[in-house]
Design a protein around this ligand. Structure first.
Ligand code: NAD
Ligand code: IPM
Ligand code: MN
Length: 369
């Protein structure tokens, strides 16, 4: 039986509520006995700032480095609006991504059949949707230097963020996208703004060069603004979308709404395989944030978080049967008409975060009986 070391970082707001539901799923798999999960838990985000004055402690970073995978809830909230920029809650998440070198962020957007009516888009636009956004996660304007605000002394300030990409960063994320497309429908759409940005010109060039090793995969280039429009107009034209850190952030929130709710979209953030062991550092987190507007009310949809754990089973633990089982349990729960408020249609009864977690456990029991 395989043993897997997980670090749980619930974070802030609904992060703690949805992590409770993952803990139930973890306990279920531990009791089932086909794999064993050893977990540690620590603070991140505003919770870590309140305790240590930093958005993640060095001790928590050490635990993250030593784990097979980090399971991350969400960070941020109005309570920390005024804290210094370097220790704001989101800095904890960015440090995890950067220090663990999690350059490849996989954000799958799937329309579950039962939710085809829950999206704000028409049913035929999203029915059967299955796309994957591959977002570059450790470069671009998020991390480029200089990044600063200068006081110009005349009552004006000047703020600078820098978009930087080097060849190797674009090449490795393009290859992740091509490799994944091979396991899917064989198409990659690369999105940048080469009409305005030098980094977009390089992005386009490097992706095209990498494509030479993937003759069996179709490559299409699209300007990122047009890509946003096409995602809403006819999203089923896409299979894999590869794009930079900032465009990927925005486009994946758009993609989330194709699935009905931000509360549905999971993600995996992966590093390069270790040459010695073949293992990748990894973190799994929902695409959504800490949802301060509904935090503490038991309304959060835990599916994005639980589906992120399913991705951990698949990509970090090689527990493919278990990942399939958990994803089936989520689909079966939705098929039964169980809905948290964010995915309810007019007239639907709604259930709480805890009830949704319990319903998924009930389906796990039913499917494995
Ligand atoms: P958000 O994703 O937290 O919320 C946007 C909207 O979606 C809200 O109306 C919220 O109620 C809803 N929503 C999100 N997740 C949901 C869920 N699981 N179930 C039901 N409804 C859900 O984005 P925001 O309000 O712009 O940001 C709030 C805070 O979260 C900010 O501090 C932001 O920086 C942070 N944030 C963190 C992460 C992260 O930790 N990975 C991601 C995005 C935003
Ligand atoms: C996301 C979030 C983060 C990002 C924030 C919280 C730093 O929006 O994971 O999508 O911008 O990457
Ligand atoms: Mn985002």
């Amino acid at each position: 039986m395989s043993t897997h070391k997980l670090l749980l970082l619930p974070g802030d707001g609904i992060g703690t509520e949805i992590m409770q539901e993952v803990k139930k799923v973890l306990a279920w798999f531990n009791a089932r006995g086909t794999a064993q999960f050893e977990t540690e838990e620590d603070l991140v985000g505003g919770a870590a700032y309140d305790a240590h004055g930093a958005a993640i402690s060095d001790a928590a970073m050490d635990l993250a480095q030593a784990s097979d995978a980090v399971i991350f809830g969400a960070v941020g909230g109005p309570k920390w609006d005024g804290v210094p920029y370097d220790v704001r809650p989101e800095a904890g998440l960015l440090r995890l991504r950067k220090d663990l070198q999690l350059f490849a962020n996989l954000r799958p957007a799937i329309c579950y059949p039962a939710l085809a009516g829950a999206s704000s888009l028409k049913r035929d636009v999203i029915e059967g949707l299955d796309i994957l956004i591959v977002r570059e996660l450790t470069g671009g304007v998020y991390f480029g230097e200089p990044k600063e605000v200068t006081d110009l002394g005349n009552g004006q300030k000047r703020a600078v963020d820098t978009q930087v990409y080097e060849t190797y960063e674009i090449d490795r994320i393009a290859r992740v996208a091509f490799d994944l497309a091979r396991t899917r429908r064989g198409k990659v759409t690369s999105m940048e703004k080469r009409n305005v940005m030098k980094s977009g010109v390089l992005w386009n060039e490097v992706v095209t060069q990498a494509h030479a090793d993937y003759a069996d995969v179709e490559l299409e280039h699209m300007l990122a603004d047009a890509g946003g429009m096409q995602l809403v107009r006819w999203p089923k034209q896409f299979d894999v979308i590869v794009t930079d850190n900032l465009f990927g952030d925005m486009l994946s929130d758009v993609a989330a709404m194709l699935t009905g709710s931000l509360g549905m979209l999971p993600s995996a953030s992966l590093g390069a395989p270790d040459p010695a062991t073949g293992k990748r550092k990894a973190m799994y987190e929902p695409v959504h944030g800490s949802a301060p507007d509904i935090a503490g009310q038991g309304k959060a949809n835990p599916i994005a978080m639980i589906a992120s754990f399913a991705m951990a089973l698949r990509y970090s633990c090689e527990l493919i049967t278990e990942a399939d089982l958990l994803e089936k349990a989520i689909a079966a729960t939705l098929d039964k008409g169980l809905r948290t408020a964010d995915i309810a249609e007019a007239g639907d009864a709604t259930i709480s975060t805890t009830q949704m977690g319990d319903a998924i456990i009930a389906e796990l029991n039913a499917l494995s009986a």
